[in-house]
Design a binder for this molecule. Structure first.
Ligand code: ADP
Ligand code: MG
Length: 243
């Protein structure tokens, strides 16, 4: 079977600072893998290497069997199939929710206005903000903005989704709405790699949990194992702090 994501001996330096120190990771189609670990451990850099927002210094990235780190690859074309959701929603502030979800479809996928609008409305409905189509981001709560950002990613028909702490910037009472949308996506079979501090979500939704520290994967296993019965002292120390 072709892996959805395969990282082979991934290293990333920023100057002389080695931030990823040989990461091997596979995600199978339909799996949800949560990445946990302390601040600065390399989680965002790892995620950004999957779609080559960061170029790995060494090692290989495969998505659906195609090597993205191959010099001949058309990275823009490859990236089109990978949805990404950031902690900061990065919506265009002067565009409505609908326009925010239409724009990349029109520019990148060359969809016509009519089709882009239909797809945008479908996805805004799906994440529960259909009635906010005409609102500007500034008129929406953080949770609504993040759901618009998820709709925007979904409108591109991604084969997999990367989430980098999607709820970390939200007021606590808004976190649940975003997690509910993510849970629904997971149930529909979306392949997801999720950096999160939401241990409840990781425990209940993830097929696997990966604990990172200092640029290496310290533990990788089912949630009941990594969160429930961590084998490594570093994992236990981290979990004591966050649970
Ligand atoms: P995490 O997401 O786990 O908090 P990051 O991947 O953001 O960790 O960062 C890991 C390390 O890499 C940190 O020491 C950070 O300062 C450094 N780093 C991240 N991005 C850059 C960058 N663009 N330039 C230089 N250093 C960076
Ligand atoms: Mg980060």
């Amino acid at each position: 079977m072709t892996h959805a994501i395969e990282l082979r001996d991934l290293h990333k330096y920023f100057g002389s600072n080695e931030v990823l120190k040989g990461i091997d990771l596979t995600v199978e189609p339909g799996q949800v893998v949560c990445v946990i670990g302390p601040s600065g451990s390399g989680k965002s850099t790892l995620l950004r290497c999957v779609n080559l927002l960061e170029e790995p210094t060494k090692g290989k990235v495969f998505v659906k069997g195609a090597e993205l780190t191959h010099p001949d690859v058309d990275i823009d074309a490859a990236r089109r199939h990978i949805g990404m959701v950031f902690q900061q929603f990065n919506l265009f502030p002067h565009m409505t929710a609908l326009q925010n979800v239409m724009i990349a479809q029109q520019r990148v996928l060359k969809r016509g206005k009519r089709e882009a609008e239909i797809v945008a409305r479908e996805n805004l409905d799906k994440v529960g903000v259909g009635e906010k189509c005409d609102s500007l981001p500034g008129q929406l709560s953080g949770g609504q903005q993040q759901r618009v950002a998820i709709a925007r990613a979904l409108a591109m028909n991604p084969e997999l989704m990367l989430f980098d702490e999607p709820t970390s910037a939200l007021d606590p009472e808004l976190v649940g709405d975003v997690l509910t949308v993510m849970r629904k996506l997971a149930e529909e079979g979306m392949t997801m790699l999720v950096v999160t501090h939401e241990m409840g979500f990781a425990r209940e939704v993830a097929d696997r949990v990966v604990f990172m520290d200092g640029g290496v994967i310290v533990e990788d296993g089912v949630p009941a194992q990594v969160i429930g019965e961590p084998q490594q002292e570093r994992t236990r120390t981290f979990l004591h702090r966050v649970l």
